[in-house]
Design a protein around this ligand. Sequence first.
Ligand code: CTP
Length: 316
Amino acid sequence: MLIAPATANTLSKMVNGNCDNLLIATYLSAKCPVYFAPAMDLDMYKHPSTVASFHTLKQFGDIIIPAEKGELASGLSGEGRMAEPENIVDFLEKDLESKLPLIGKKILITAGPTYEAIDPVRFIGNHSSGKMGFDIAERAAELGASVILISGPTHLNTKKAVINLIRVTSAQEMYDACHEYFEKVDVAICAAAVADYKPKFVAKQKIKKAAASLAIELEKTQDILASLGKIKQQQFLIGFALETENEIENAKLKIQKKNLDLIVLNSLMDEGAGFGKTTNKITFIDKDFVVEPMDLKLKELVAIDIMNKVISFYEK
Ligand code: CTP
């Protein structure tokens, strides 16, 4: 809540709870941070009564946006002129940002599918939309983190300037991009549906339908998440697991095999979860094997749950 201009009269009413207008009724009911930008004549601004109001309001937890010097309504010039609106907005942005829980943290997120080329026109891919990874990136940015979002082919986009979106196509490109940034990040969240196999040989020309049948030899791609787990130092590493049977046991094995701090388990057995959906049903399992099933919810809300895990890691 921002009270601007905050007159000497309004400040006094705020201090005393003198609830005779809508503004003070709203102020007394506000549960959010309250900012006030005083505006009054220069002598009023210096009066002990006003100074005492500032003092008490600060004790209440309210935040003053100090008045500026300049021309006043009385025709006099001095301190007491309300801060310029753009300076108020600037103050609010800086103050709110500095209090965000992940300010100063760098987070790497992978999202979307990868495409593995067969020939110049065809590829092996999957149905991942990238939505889960993009939602996590948006939430991480809202919490103050600077985000490196490495995404496979998707139609999704982001408007947030603090998200550095790096578009890749293949598992190898995603691997290279992840390794370029991993050393400098605090958190890595691998939400991408990386292809596990790629064609061993990529045809230089489009394959003609000459033969009656066609076999494509596949070889394993590099496991990006496992490779990050191997070199991880201070990083909090989160992986995803998509399972169809023995979900919890398989996910626990993945935590150990890939050296993870937390795994987000998706079971395709759960209705409403998985590829191309707007909702997801996940279970968290941490490295001590504490299992925490969550309700079915929108992916935006799942992203909040995942980022809350990151916040609580730093609060420990
Ligand atoms: N992953 C990865 N690189 C790969 C394959 C998977 O980084 N080449 C990551 C995914 O981003 C996800 C996690 O590994 O965070 C789990 O992927 P999943 O397909 O469930 O498991 P796999 O390790 O591939 O094992 P399997 O397919 O045998 O279950």
